[in-house]
Ligand binder design. Structure first.
Ligand SMILES: Cc1ncc(COP(=O)(O)O)c(C=O)c1O
Length: 343
């Protein structure tokens, strides 16, 4: 199967498995795992933050960050298509008791004016707006990159009005390799930020949340509460360190593959491709070709290619395990299905 359903479909390479097998380990819960501690330090340095905390998943990073930044009844501001709102089982509401103000972003990015417009006149009636969440890159926006100036303006307006900024950096490195802007620069105006290792970076699991020392101390308590404190987790952290050292810049290959697919799709009658393709995601609509998304997915899967459905659109995400030959094969299958579909 050529699995383009998500960049989470990667499997650890032989070299990564080898690094994991060699890992020095200790009790992570007691802060005694040397490989976890090294990973935390590496990520804190990369993101320019005082401290960092290894967590099992990106979802747990978001849940904990919202919890630390807010009090029940506060308001969280985020793009209406953000992962925090759409794909985390309502965790922000359940765990933190926040209400959510959905901002009208364009492909996931909103403006400082959008934030200002959402701020209520302070009164006894209004919830206290406490946190702005941004997603870099933006998944359901189509792997789109926050322009640095726009991000900085959002951070500035948030801070002026007493709100913290949290960055979901599940695919921050995809932005970095495209723009050449460092992760530290993107993270500068954010009070907390995390990066994920289980996506394009190709590790089996793990994410690291970074922020001030006080923020991370508080986050550690919630990590424990949620059952996220681990034991000899250095085995996993070694895979993450390997990914940091070897898999960041190769993300460009995934972006090239995504552009290749998009450039091909736009030549096909009735296929509407979301443009531009900025990183590793291609979103497209097959309805103009008379093919329902579920039929399309079924047909390509029968021929050995998997993609996913997000709303009414198809999403394809090239990654580490996808070779140029896989891409050629996937494009041939997609073209065949679309051009031979009986209308
Ligand atoms: C933008 C974004 N945030 C958060 C997550 C959650 O990460 P995890 O799967 O590591 O829990 C994902 C997962 O796809 C994501 O795309």
């Amino acid at each position: 199967m050529i699995d383009l359903s998500s960049d989470t479909a990667t499997r650890p390479t032989a070299a990564m498995r080898n690094a994991m097998a060699q890992a020095q380990v200790g009790d992570e819960q007691r802060g005694e795992d040397p490989t976890i501690n090294r990973l935390n330090q590496l990520v804190a340095d990369m993101l320019g933050k005082e401290a960092a905390l290894f967590l099992p998943s990106g979802t747990m990073c978001n849940v904990i960050a919202v919890k630390v930044h807010t009090q029940p009844g506060d308001a969280l501001l985020a793009d209406r298509q953000s992962h925090i709102l759409r794909s985390e089982t309502g965790g922000a509401a359940l765990v933190s008791g926040v209400i959510v103000d959905q901002l009208p972003g364009h492909r996931g990015q909103f403006t400082a004016e959008d934030v200002l417009a959402a701020l209520p006149t302070p009164s006894v009636y209004a919830p206290v707006p406490r946190l702005v969440c941004v997603e870099q890159t933006h998944n359901f926006g189509g792997g789109t990159i926050w322009p640095l100036e726009q991000l900085q303006a959002v951070c500035a307006v948030a801070h002026t009005h007493g709100l913290a900024v949290h960055m979901d950096g599940a695919r921050l490195f995809n932005a970095v390799v495209t723009t050449g802007i460092s992760a530290r620069t993107y993270a500068e105006g954010c009070d907390s930020v995390w990066v994920d290792f289980s996506k394009g970076l190709g590790a089996p699991m793990g994410a690291v949340l970074a922020g001030s020392t006080a923020f991370i101390e508080s986050a550690r308590r919630y990590k424990h509460l949620l059952g996220g404190a681990l034991r000899q987790a250095g085995v996993v952290a070694a895979g993450c360190i390997y990914a940091l050292e070897h898999h960041i810049w190769r993300l460009q290959e995934d972006h090239e593959h995504a552009r290749l697919l998009a450039n091909h799709l736009i030549t096909l009658d009735g296929i509407d491709v979301q443009q531009p393709v900025e990183t590793n995601m291609v979103f497209f609509d097959t309805s103009g070709a008379g093919i329902a998304p579920s039929d399309f997915l079924h047909e390509i899967e029968r021929r050995g290619v998997r993609m996913s459905q997000i709303g009414s659109r198809i999403r394809a995400v090239p990654h580490l395990d996808i070779t140029p030959q896989d891409m050629e094969q996937a494009i041939a299958v997609v073209e065949d299905v679309i051009t031979t579909w009986k209308r």
